[in-house]
Write a protein that binds this ligand. Structure first.
Ligand code: EPU
Length: 422
């Protein structure tokens, strides 16, 4: 298993270019199952989760043709369609559940492994299932698999999600594109990966999706979608991770290829800690302060209300170095503090009370051997090791490879002493 060897402390200076968004590309790739015609997707990130989604599409019968650099893929339908998303793929990536809406809308049949819990929480899919049922999907759960079918076409309905869910919103938008009549989805997740990218991609292909209210989306079903080429947006969480890195490491960093408006909430928080930030259309110039200020009562919330849960761990590293006490409450997932025990090994002083972390500031991290747990926790450990005195080894970085494209190459270019040990 690969590891990172990081020697610190490091300062950051230079430029970094943001890769395509994993969490935008996954639902877009799943939605290609709706098409009879060829679809070309560009600006894919070269990360493990995308490979898993492509393998799932292949196993479902899609024909895949990558460009040389694997950033562009042409996807077309083969004559032999399958309907089974096996446990071996779903267990490595829960995003596989996004194939359910597309398969049921297009083929009226799907057998998808039920994703189990994962390290950050139980992560049920009850909202996906109950909403698809309202459109006419029938299902039963047998031996760990969802056996789903629909007698005819799905039927458009009014659905109000009882809780905001990224995945359920995506699954329903995808399914409703080919349903009969009008679907109205209320209390939707409005992350840019959904409200901008998934919507723009499907509409470019002829779908009729309109956002009629802040969290309300109306979809008029169409019979088919047309041949389309689409370029995926930049990765919001990779951008946020580099913004935190620059703030943390007294950096001077130009971040390219991301629209700053889509990460305004996090940029405002970084300004509060003392970062100087200048933005233009698709660039962020960020300079870290000499002294990091603490912030109390940050609560992770759905976009765009407050800090993204996918950036909570990275912000915690930053606040460990702040001049006073801070706190972060994790309100999205019930177990997303796996990084805390590892940060303590570097010298971090963090107390957990239920879903709230109280972070004493003024920590001087000292390098140590660390263990990655999940994707974003791993990114946080890299950031902490980067500013720690001495040498750190981060084990199990396959978690990081799921969602960050060549992070070590990008960090090395901006001055970080980091090496991958295979
Ligand atoms: N939830 C339910 N029932 C459902 C669906 C969700 O109880 O049917 C709960 C979840 O357990 C969780 C909350 O609702 O407590 C929010 O979950 P959501 O459905 O919004 O998350 P997701 O679709 O499973 C996506 C991202 C995650 C990101 C979350 C929240 C993708 C592929 N995954 O997950 O990304 O943390 O939204 O923003 O887009 C990551 O990239 O590291 C990652 C975990």
């Amino acid at each position: 298993m690969d590891k990172f060897l990081i020697k610190g402390p490091n300062k950051i200076k230079g430029q970094v270019s943001i890769s395509g968004s994993k969490n935008a590309a996954l639902p877009i790739l799943a939605a290609t199952l709706l098409f009879d015609k060829e679809v070309t997707i560009d600006n894919l990130p070269r990360v493990k989760d995308i490979d898993t989604m492509i393998n799932l599409l292949k196993s479902l019968g899609s024909k895949i043709q990558f460009s040389k650099n694997k950033k562009t893929v042409k996807i077309s339908k083969s004559k032999k369609q399958n309907f089974l998303a096996p446990y071996s793929l779903v267990k490595t990536m829960r995003g596989s559940i996004l194939s359910l809406g597309a398969l049921i809308a297009k083929y009226k049949k799907a057998i998808i492994s039920l994703p189990g819990g994962c390290l950050i929480g139980a992560r049920p899919i009850n909202y996906h299932l109950s909403a698809l049922k309202k459109l006419g999907m029938k299902y039963e759960i047998k031996k760990g698999y969802i056996h789903a079918s629909s007698k005819g076409k799905l039927q458009g309905k009014k659905i109000k999600f009882s809780k905001i869910s990224v995945g359920a919103t995506e699954n329903l938008i995808i399914a409703a594109c080919l349903a009969n009549g009008k679907t109205v989805l209320k209390n939707c997740a409005i992350e840019p990966e959904i409200k901008n990218d998934l919507t723009n991609f499907l509409n470019k292909a002829g779908a009729k999706i309109k956002w009629t209210g802040k969290r309300t989306c109306q979809i008029i079903g169409v019979n088919s979608l047309k041949e389309t080429k689409y370029s995926v947006m930049g990765d919001r969480i990779e951008t946020g991770t580099f913004c935190v890195a620059a703030t943390l490491a007294k950096g001077d960093l130009l971040i390219k290829n991301f629209n700053p408006k889509l990460i305004q909430t996090e940029l405002n928080l970084l300004k509060k800690t003392g970062a100087t930030i200048k933005t233009s259309k698709d660039e962020i110039h960020i300079k870290g302060p000499q002294k990091i200020k603490n912030i109390s009562n940050i609560v992770t919330k759905e976009y765009p209300i407050s800090l993204a849960t996918d950036l909570q761990a990275q912000f915690m590293v930053l606040l460990c170095l702040a001049s006073g006490r801070s706190s972060i409450t994790e309100s999205i997932f019930e177990n997303r503090f796996m990084h805390v025990a590892e940060l303590r090994r570097l010298g971090g002083r963090i107390i957990i009370k239920g879903n709230k972390a109280i972070i004493e500031g003024q920590t001087e991290f000292i390098g140590a051997e660390l263990m990655s747990s999940d994707l974003r926790a791993s990114a946080a450990l890299v950031l902490a090791a980067m500013v720690a005195k001495g040498q750190s080894v981060i084990n199990r970085i396959y978690h990081l490879d799921r969602g960050y494209e060549k992070i070590e190459n990008k960090l090395r270019k901006i001055g970080v002493n980091i090496k991958r040990l295979s």
